[in-house]
Write a protein that binds this ligand. Structure first.
Ligand code: PNS
Length: 190
């Protein structure tokens, strides 16, 4: 196990199974892993930073050496503020390499003591990206197996407000515990 703090920075909009796979692999290698969500992204995100933070916290609850945080500005400055020694990034396919290499070398230029470490997620996630997940979900396609269930549910709520409303009404009628039971049964059947 590598002593010290590693940072896994990204947009996580939303977290995919590939991200989660990488977090789990990173948690086995680094003493402490900080998953850091970029706050000032220029892109207009689908999920707010608060929503992404909440989802990631829930998804990594079982990993005791993983912490979720957000950052602004230069990643290397944030890394320095935490006294982190490594940046963790995932490479799925050769197409990721060019962008990742550029970023790693720029970060090295900005802060030579910080090492970028690349890891590969499981090959079954090699085609999964947040962008494609958003695209498929927005077009009404299934994203089961590509994102964790919590994310799948949030996507459903985000893209179909009626879904959330229906649940809110059911909570009024059934109460939260009964609705949770119903949803668990529904998931088992699916
Ligand atoms: O999930 P993403 O969008 O591929 O993550 C990109 C991210 C957040 C890691 C990158 O854009 C970043 O670190 N931005 C912070 C600003 C910065 O430090 N830029 C110089 C990096 S070369």
């Amino acid at each position: 196990m590598h002593k010290g703090i590693a940072i896994y920075p990204g947009s996580f909009d939303p977290t995919t199974n590939g991200h989660l796979d990488l977090i789990e692999r990173g948690a086995k290698i680094f003493e402490e892993l900080v998953v850091a969500i970029l706050r000032n992204s220029e892109k207009s995100p689908m999920f707010s930073v608060a929503e992404r933070l909440e989802m990631l916290r829930e998804l990594t609850e079982h990993l005791k050496n993983v912490r979720i945080d957000t950052f602004d500005g230069l990643m290397v400055e944030y890394a320095k503020s935490l006294e982190a020694t490594c940046i963790l990034r995932g490479i799925r396919a050769i197409s990721d390499y060019e962008y990742e290499l550029q970023m790693a070398l720029m970060n090295r230029k900005l802060e030579p003591t910080l090492e970028t470490v690349f890891m590969m997620p499981a090959d079954k996630y090699s085609y999964v990206s947040s962008r494609l997940v958003r695209e498929v979900a927005q077009a009404g396609g299934p994203v089961k197996g590509l994102v964790p269930e919590v994310v799948e549910q949030k996507l459903r709520e985000k893209l179909d407000p009626a879904y959330k409303l229906r649940d809110a009404r059911l909570i009024e009628v059934l109460g939260k515990r009964d609705l949770d039971k119903r949803q668990k049964k529904r998931k088992k059947k699916a």
